[in-house]
Design a protein around this ligand. Structure first.
Ligand code: AMP
Ligand code: GLY
Length: 428
C-alpha cells in the first residue's frame, strides 16, 4: 500500500516507524514531515491544515491510505474531504473530532451519558462566568477555552483575581481566538494522571498500553506547561482493577455515546484520565494519538499497526489483534532552551547519523522539530527530538534512554532529568 501520514512531529515519526514494520506497507510519505522524518519517508512540504492542497496531493499521488495524525486537520474535516474523493483515511470525521475540538460538546456528552468527569458549567457571557465563580467561591477553579488552543487553553486559577485575569485573557482579549467564545468552568480534581490511547472503529474499542506524560518544562513538575517533556509506558498508577473500571464506566460508554449521537468515533481516541478518590474521571478527550505518548506506546505494539488502522476504518476491529509487549518504554524530549516561550532555531545537532544513533540497540530517536540545512541536521522547533528506549523494566528503559541522550547535543539543549521518577516511586 502507498501511504501518506499527515503531520510533522515526533508522533508522526513514531507512527511512520511502526507502519514500516508492516509487510503491507509499501511507499510511505509524510506531509509536511521534517528533517529527521525524511530519512524514513518521502516528505512534501504541505501544511497539515491545508485540507484542499492535501487532498489534491493525495489524489495526484494515488495514495491507498492516509493517516491524519494531527488534531486541527481532523477538526477541519480532512477525513471527510478524503472520503469524498474515494481515499480511505485513519482518524475521525469532523463530527466525531468535536470530542476534542469542542470542550462544550465533550462535557455535555459526558453529562448526558453519565460518564465521570469534573463538575462544570458552560458559558458564553464573560459577566456570567465571574458571577458563577464568585458564587461558588471554591479555588482553585479551572477555566477552559472551548476550542483547540495548542494545549494551552486550560487555566488553573488559585483565586478570584486570577480567575478574572483568565476570563479577560480567554473571552475578551481572545488570546486563543474564537476558541474563547465559549468557556467551560470546572471543579479542580486531584490524583495521578493517566493517558490511555485506544483504537476505535465506531463500535469496538481496544485500549493500548497506558502511559504517563510530563507536561511541565522543568524538573519536579515546575515551570510552564508544554506539549510534553517525556513519557513512560505502562503507567504504574493504572492497575488492572482501574483499567477494568475505566473500560466499564468510561471507554465503552463513550464509544456508545458517540454512536448514539450519530457521530461514531473511528481512529485513535485518547482518554486523559485522573484517578481521583471518587474513582477515575475524564480530564479531556483527544481525537488523535498523543504526542509524546505515541513515542512510548507504539514501540511496545507487537501487532501490525497498518492492519489495526485499516480495521478501524473498515469496522473490523473486533476481529483484529491488538497486542502489546509486557516490557516498558521511556521517552525523553530534547528541547530548545527557552521552550515553551522563546527559543532559537538552526542549531546543528551532533551525535546522529541519518537521524539515529549508531549501535543504539533498543533506542530510537523520533524527530519532532528538525530540518536539514546545507546537508546538516539542525534544530527547527521547541521540542526537537524524543529519545525512546524499550526494555523489560521501566528502570532499565529510563537508564537506556538517558544514556542515549548523553550522546546527542546541540547549543542550549534542554531536557528534564526526572522523567519516570514519579512512576518509579509509584512502583515502590
Ligand atoms: P488539558 O489540556 O485539558 O489536558 O489540560 C491540561 C492539564 O491541566 C491536564 O493535564 C491537567 O493536569 C490539568 N487539568 C485540566 N483539567 C483539570 C481539572 N479539572 N482539575 C485539575 N487539573 C486539571
Ligand atoms: N501529550 C498530550 C497531548 O498529546 O495532548
Amino acid at each position: 500500500m502507498k501511504i501518506l501520514v499527515v503531520g510533522g512531529g515526533g508522533r508522526e515519526h513514531a507512527i511512520i516507524r511502526a507502519l514500516k514494520k508492516s509487510p503491507d506497507c509499501g511507499e510511505i510519505w509524510c506531509a509536511p514531515g521534517n528533517g529527521g522524518i525524511s530519512y524514513d519517508a518521502k516528505c512534501r512540504n504541505i501544511p497539515a491544515t491545508d485540507v484542499k492542497a492535501m487532498v489534491a496531493f493525495a489524489k495526484e499521488q494515488a495514495f491507498d491510505y492516509v493517516v491524519v495524525a494531527q488534531d486541527d486537520p481532523l477538526a477541519l474535516g480532512m477525513v471527510d474531504a478524503l472520503a469524498e474523493v474515494g481515499i480511505p483515511a485513519f482518524g475521525p470525521n469532523a463530527a466525531a473530532a468535536r470530542i476534542e475540538a469542542s470542550k462544550v460538546f465533550s462535557k455535555n456528552l459526558m453529562k448526558k451519558y453519565g460518564i465521570p468527569t469534573a463538575d462544570y458549567e458552560t458559558f458564553d457571557d464573560p459577566a456570567k462566568v465571574m458571577a458563577y465563580i464568585r458564587a461558588k467561591n471554591k479555588y482553585p477553579v479551572v477555566i477552559k477555552a472551548d476550542g483547540l488552543a495548542l494545549g494551552k487553553g486550560v487555566l488553573i486559577c488559585q483565586n478570584e483575581a486570577e480567575a478574572e485575569a483568565g476570563v479577560q485573557e480567554i473571552m475578551l482579549d481572545k488570546k486563543f481566538g474564537a476558541s474563547g467564545n465559549h468557556v467551560v468552568v470546572e471543579e479542580f480534581l486531584t490524583g495521578p494522571e493517566v493517558s490511555v490511547l485506544s483504537f476505535c472503529d465506531g463500535k469496538t474499542i481496544k485500549p493500548m498500553v497506558s502511559s504517563m506524560d510530563h507536561k511541565r518544562a522543568l524538573d519536579h513538575d515546575e515551570g510552564l506547561n508544554t506539549g510534553g517533556m517525556g513519557t513512560v509506558a505502562p503507567n504504574p498508577c493504572y492497575t488492572p482493577e482501574l483499567a477494568a473500571e475505566c473500560m466499564e464506566k468510561i471507554f465503552l460508554p463513550t464509544v456508545a455515546a458517540m454512536e448514539k449521537e450519530g457521530c461514531p468515533f473511528k481512529g485513535c481516541l485518547y482518554f486523559g484520565l485522573m484517578m481521583t478518590t471518587d474513582g477515575p474521571k475524564v480530564i479531556e478527550y483527544n481525537c488523535r494519538f498523543g504526542d509524546p505518548e505515541t513515542q512510548v506506546v507504539l514501540p511496545l505494539l507487537e501487532s501490525d499497526l497498518l492492519k489495526i488502522m485499516l480495521a478501524t476504518t473498515n469496522g473490523t476491529l473486533a476481529e483484529t489483534e491488538v497486542k502489546f509487549s509486557s516490557g516498558a518504554a521511556a521517552c525523553v524530549i530534547l528541547a530548545s532552551g527557552g521552550y515553551p516561550v522563546a527559543y532559537e532555531k538552526g542549531k546543528e545537532i551532533s551525535g546522529l547519523t541519518e537521524g539515529q544513533l549508531t549501535d543504539a540497540g533498543d533506542v530510537t530517536v523520533y524527530h519532532a522539530g528538525t530540518a536539514i540545512q546545507d546537508g546538516k541536521l539542525v534544530t527547527h522547533g521547541g521540542r526537537v527530538l524524543g529519545v525512546t528506549a524499550t526494555a523489560p523494566t521501566l528502570e532499565e528503559a529510563l537508564r537506556k534512554a538517558y544514556a542515549a541522550t548523553d550522546r546527542i547535543s546541540f547549543d542550549k539543549m534542554h531536557k528534564r532529568t526526572d522523567i519516570g521518577a514519579r512512576a518509579l516511586a509509584a512502583m515502590r
